[in-house]
Design a protein around this ligand. Structure first.
Ligand SMILES: [Zn+2]
Length: 455
């Protein structure tokens, strides 16, 4: 007997009970909107942007004070938004609660970023935002033909497994109903890759969602050792750069299935995803207003690389307007052969993560280390530098230099966990300012063993 129809029923009941019976309907509506006509998509996205800007001007102390535009200017919101200040992590840390709306939703939670840049920042997010993020993730899976109830494998960071913490009952139920299985990619060795291959062969997934690095590692290993893998409907990679070389290797290892490149981050959700027809990333314009700007803040023409600014259209509780996500990208030109009319970004640059090597040779994904530092107070930024096979420097920079000793004390627990993870290497904690790399770009993992040219 197959569990398929049962799971599908369980999935639907889950969304009905949690008051979201329209979940799949909403995903289908979004899907239709992105297929055109373009004028209708423009009108819908503009309306959302106008509503957000107006809400920010009225209810957020910071924007009321800065007053970048008058309400009358909101007739053309895409032009008006360019008068708003660029939101950087420094401004967020400095302004704190002045960025929170006086009409925040009742149910909100603090999220923290830092996964990709090593500079933690706290953001208030509400239920509407959480829903929109979940719907968007499902939309990209639907592009591959995924049906709710089918097997969904995640090769993803699983801190609970790495740090031997429990998984909540709620999370277990959620995973069961969504037919999700996690394979932890924080610690990877050849033995781990063998285990993944066995698991994928034993229970072939419909869709695989994975860190780009881990998926490439697995695919290269499977090809080298001639271990053919079943072809899923498709693979979605995220949290890392999917180069052409990586995409080809993944495709080859998994029977030529489509490989989609999803772009997003912990603080904003999934801004866009490539489609089965081509490599540029379709921006989810109903959720995100995206700009690419040059050094002077002017919009870049298609093909010209610039800084990515993201305005989150879903989160009213702490509007994030023109957020500098610290990635670089360029707009693609022309239309996509898949028929979707949404704007597309060419390859996004900047999401570079590296790994550290434990004493026994296990490769430790950089993200595993950043999860230890999400909630440390007075932490401005951090960096792990592997300087020798058995030696890692762990640098932390305090927000307020006067609190350096408090920061050192607060690091005791994360440091113990990092030592457990990087068993067999010496980790030295250093508190003080961290210099940027030669390129001016700041990196949170520097492995001088694997990258001899590292700054
Ligand atoms: Zn397309």
């Amino acid at each position: 007997m197959t569990l398929g129809p049962l799971r599908r029923a369980g999935f639907e009941s889950f969304y009905r009970i949690s008051g979201r019976s329209g979940f799949l309907g909403e995903v289908d509506r979004m899907d239709a909107a992105y297929r055109g006509p373009r004028a209708a998509l423009d009108a819908a996205a503009e309306e959302r942007l106008r509503a957000l800007l107006s809400h920010a001007l009225e209810t957020v102390p910071f924007y009321r004070q800065v007053r970048p535009v008058a309400s009358a200017d909101l007739a053309d919101p895409a032009a008006a938004v360019r008068a708003f200040p660029v939101m950087t992590k420094a401004v967020i840390r400095e302004q704190g609660l002045a960025l929170r709306s006086e009409r925040a939703e009742e149910r909100t939670h603090w999220n923290t970023s830092g996964g990709s840049t090593g500079e933690p920042v706290r953001l208030l997010q509400d239920r509407t935002m959480t829903r929109a993020v979940t719907e968007t993730k499902m939309l990209y899976m639907r592009w591959l033909g995924f049906e709710p109830g089918e097997r969904h494998l995640l090769i993803w960071g699983a801190p609970q497994q790495t740090f031997r913490e429990g998984i909540s009952l709620r999370e277990r139920v959620y995973r069961f109903l969504h037919h999700q299985q996690y394979l932890n990619c924080y610690e990877v060795s050849d033995g781990v890759l063998e285990g993944w291959i066995d698991e994928i062969r034993r229970r072939p997934p419909s869709v695989i969602e994975a860190y780009a690095d881990a998926m490439f590692d697995l695919s290269r290993y499977a090809l080298r050792h001639r271990r053919p893998l079943p072809r899923p409907r498709g693979i979605i990679t995220s949290a890392g750069v999917l180069t052409d070389e990586r995409r080809q290797a993944i495709q080859e290892a998994f029977g030529g299935c489509p490989v989609l490149n999803r772009y997003g981050s912990r603080e904003v959700g999934d801004v866009g995803c490539s489609c089965p027809a081509d490599t540029p990333i379709h921006v989810s314009e109903l959720m995100y207003f995206v700009e690419v700007v040059d050094a002077n803040g002017r919009p870049c023409a298609p093909g010209a690389e610039g800084d990515v600014l993201v305005t989150l259209l879903a989160n009213r509780s702490m509007p994030l307007i023109r957020y500098r996500i610290e990635d670089r990208a360029a707009w693609a030109d022309g239309e996509c052969s898949c028929g979707r009319v949404s704007r597309r970004l060419l390859t996004v640059f900047g999401r570079q993560s590296d790994f550290l090597v434990a004493g026994d040779g296990t490769r430790i994904n950089g993200t595993a280390l950043t999860t230890l530092l999400y909630w440390v107070p007075n932490l401005r930024r951090f960096q792990f530098r592997q300087v020798q096979r058995d030696r890692v420097r762990f640098l932390v920079e305090p927000e307020d230099p006067a609190g350096a000793e408090t920061l050192r004390a607060a690091m005791a627990a994360p440091l113990a966990k990092a030592r457990q993870l990087l068993r067999g290497t010496e980790i030295e904690l250093e508190v003080g300012p961290i210099a940027p790399s030669r390129s001016g770009k700041y990196r949170y993992i520097v492995n001088e063993l694997t990258d001899p040219g590292a700054p």
